[in-house]
Design a protein around this ligand. Structure first.
Ligand code: PFF
Length: 454
């Protein structure tokens, strides 16, 4: 694949599934519940939904416009659309963010593989809530086991990325998305039926707005960007492979809806189950991994085979959902190196994988033997999460909305959103208004408020 003859996604469904595949991942099923638990439940969720609608969805459309129009990786895109300006730094920051996210995301993705194996060989049979907490703590702090899984996951990602866009990404997304959704539904029903699940449902549905302060706003905004894969050029890179007749607003809308549904569904598994077995909702990054085994045990414990089968299926699908996200992260950096530095795709991909193995190993170790080394009071793992989700992605989103809302010729915006006038789009004015005013002002307000910038 070269710059002038770029690959395309094969079908319309493929476009939606590949973008949704990037969006749906650990961000929905692992990060969303623990953020919701840490920042107070229903009020956080409502703030999050507001951020998806006002910032996430319109900025996703903006990325689609930039990517498809420029037909380039995210850094080159700005050079093409705004030659000789500093806008290219927005693209470069996105590439860096992608590289950092891939490093720590692969650590958690690796955990899903360990849990898949353990569920399969019966490690969790006859165990209770305290055992699961203990298991999680000793596993993540183990000196080499989680590192090995991180590397395995990065290598899996690597091989799909070097096989190219259409075959790798599209095919893997098509199968797993619907399967994952159905299994999540089943698990949500099981969790809701657990005795004592009621307080978990209340936690999800009864907002306490007195809890919404600057830190909640920043966390909800960061979660919206992270979960939708928006603000760092990932969907911009994907859109460069879209066809001229791909309906951009509709694709963005579908992706945002699918992504949000999956996150909410994950909430309806984790919190009813956590409250039922007495796990604190603010248990942090381990929440999913200490809660979920309880659902399998409590709902199917008397038929261990079914419990193990469902658990293995769940972790396989979770790993696949993570894989379609790591592929998209990898692709951002690989496409950048390949097209900007004139290196082969394979060499570019090798550099990315190698770099991520080094950083991912450090992130993984920072949860165990390296936990004494902190940056601004955070482990390396938490630090990477903080600077990417809470700073770089919203900052990227801020500039992307300014670029599309103010800098880019409105003729281009209209042409891309309406496929050169062939689609009717009643909300064109609303999209431009959100990009011009609401998104940049909203993001700036939240930054100023929480990071005490003034
Ligand atoms: N959106 C992914 C998730 O929710 O798991 C994470 C992610 C993928 C973030 C790709 C950013 C990105 F470019």
């Amino acid at each position: 694949m070269t710059t002038n003859k770029r690959a395309n996604f094969g079908t319309k469904l493929g476009v939606i599934l590949a973008s949704a595949g990037s969006a749906v991942g650990l961000g929905n099923i692992w990060r969303f519940p623990y953020m919701t638990g840490e920042y107070g439940g229903a009020a956080f969720i409502l703030t999050y939904l507001g951020c998806v609608l006002l910032f996430g969805a319109p900025i996703m459309m903006a990325e689609f416009i930039i990517g498809r129009r420029s037909q380039s990786n995210t850094a080159r895109a700005y050079q093409k659309l705004a030659p000789g300006t500093q806008w290219r730094w927005v693209g470069r920051m996105g590439v860096l963010a992608g590289f950092l996210i891939l490093s720590y995301y692969s650590v958690v993705a690796g955990w899903t593989l360990e849990y898949m194996v353990d569920s399969g060989i019966g490690t969790f049979a006859d165990k209770g809530p305290d055992d699961f907490v203990q298991f999680y703590n000793s596993f993540v702090s183990h000196p080499w086991l989680p590192v090995v899984w991180t590397i395995v996951f990065l290598l899996l990602t690597h091989f799909i990325v070097v096989r190219g866009v259409e075959k790798g990404i599209e095919r893997s997304s098509k199968v797993m998305m619907p399967a994952l959704f159905i299994l999540l539904l089943i698990l949500a029903v099981c969790a809701i039926l657990l005795p004592g699940a009621g307080s978990g449902i209340e936690f999800l549905l009864k907002p306490d707005f007195s809890k919404v302060d600057g830190s909640v706003l920043l966390a909800a905004m960061g979660q919206a960007f992270f979960s939708l894969s928006v603000g760092m050029g990932c969907l911009c890179t994907y859109a460069s492979y879209f066809k001229p007749d791909t309906n951009l607003p509709k694709t963005a809308f579908s992706v945002a809806v699918i992504d949000t549904l999956v996150a909410i569904l994950a909430g309806f598994i984790i919190f009813p189950a956590a409250f039922a077995v007495g796990i604190q909702p603010d248990s942090g990054p381990g929440l999913l991994f200490v809660t979920l085994p309880n659902v399998f045990q409590q709902a199917f414990g008397n038929v261990p085979f079914i419990a193990a089968l469902l658990a293995v299926m769940f972790y396989i699908l979770l790993a696949l959902a993570a894989l379609t996200s790591t592929i998209s992260l990898h692709e951002v950096v690989t496409a950048y190196l390949h097209e900007e530095f004139n290196m082969s795709r394979v060499k570019a991909a090798r550099l990315v994988t190698g770099g991520c193995i080094v950083l991912g190993t450090l992130c993984s170790l920072s949860l165990g033997i390296g936990s004494d080394y902190t940056l601004f009071g955070m482990t390396l793992f938490d630090f990477f999460d903080f600077i990417t989700a809470k700073l770089m992605m919203p900052l990227g989103g801020f500039f992307i909305s300014l670029f599309t809302g103010w800098f880019l010729d409105k003729k281009i915006v209209r042409e891309e959103l309406t496929n050169r006038g062939t689609l009717r789009l009643r909300i064109y004015g609303l999209i431009v208004f959100l990009l011009k005013f609401v998104a940049p002002i909203g993001i700036a307000f939240i930054f100023i408020n929480e990071l005490h910038l003034i």
